[in-house]
Write a protein that binds this ligand. Structure first.
Ligand code: MF3
Ligand code: CO
Length: 265
């Protein structure tokens, strides 16, 4: 007989030792530095390829390896997803940023075999209020998920917290947001993408248990319209099916006895 994963499972999200968490935090701080440098460099006329070069330089100067580069053939060190791009946008020299663009940058690095993975969303110059609300709502959803990273919670308690955070933001901003279907967070450690998959919505109380040392990459993606996406001919870039704008925030987060620890801070 095969047991269904999830329900009443005694499985846990794999636990890292305190020393391993420190190693992951070292990788995570390189990712955070790369994202800060990218955001500082982003301005009208700058290309997304320029931003990729900035990130790769920061990672390599820290003796890190850009984890995205070569991942299933992916050709860059960041994903740059502008406006209606949701995730996995490929940086190019032709794509230059303009005032009012809504830019999501996702980045990963490996230090001594351990991975960090994080994403931020920001505007080029001043954003219109709607786009500002979209990014803030997505960040708040991530933060709600992070707050659920406590021992004894189950995987979908984090999913439910992310969704609850999205609905709270909908009340704050007086509008609906689309929770992107089919994409979510993930386990992470000596590989970037590990089990379990972490949905960004759903009923609480299911899936493997969080224990001290469990690590998840928490990454809500919201839109100003649809939940549906399609993939461009480059076979990577995920865009909203209705052309609405999207935002993406991500941190790699550990469960500790003192509360959630953001490893990509
Ligand atoms: N880091 C992304 C995620 O958050 C995945 C990037 S896939 C790559 O899970 F191919 F672009 F690296
Ligand atoms: Co991720």
């Amino acid at each position: 007989m095969v047991s269904l994963p999830g329900l009443r499972s005694r499985k846990t999200v794999p636990a890292r030792t305190p020393g391993e968490l420190d190693a992951m935090a070292a990788a995570g701080s390189v990712v955070a530095a790369a994202l800060r440098a990218v955001q500082a460099a982003a301005a009208p006329g700058v290309s997304t390829k320029d931003l990729d070069d900035v990130a790769e330089t920061v990672i390599r100067q820290a003796n890190g390896i850009p984890s995205f580069l070569g991942y299933h053939g992916y050709p860059a060190s960041i994903c740059s997803s502008v406006n209606d791009r949701v995730v996995h946008g490929i940086p190019t020299p032709e794509e230059t940023l303009a005032a009012g663009d809504l830019v999501s940058i996702d980045c990963g690095a490996i230090i001594e075999g351990w991975h960090g993975d994080a994403a931020v969303t920001f505007g080029i110059g001043t954003l219109i209020a709607m786009d500002d609300a979209l990014s803030a709502a997505t960040k708040q959803s991530m933060e709600a998920g992070i707050a659920a990273m406590i021992p004894g919670n189950r995987l979908t308690d984090v999913s439910h917290a992310i969704e609850t955070g999205t609905h709270a933001a909908e009340r704050t901003y007086g509008r609906k947001f689309g929770i992107v279907a089919g994409y979510g967070g993930h386990g992470i450690g000596r590989e970037m993408h590990m089990d379990p998959f972490l949905p960004n919505e759903g009923e609480p109380g299911r899936g493997p248990m969080l224990v001290v040392g469990s690590v998840l990459a928490i990454e809500p993606m919201l839109t100003l319209g649809t939940t549906k996406t399609r993939i461009l001919a480059d076979e990577w870039t995920v865009v909203t099916s209705d052309g609405s704008r999207a935002a993406h925030w991500e941190h790699t987060v550990a469960v500790t006895e003192h509360g959630p620890r953001i490893l990509t801070a």
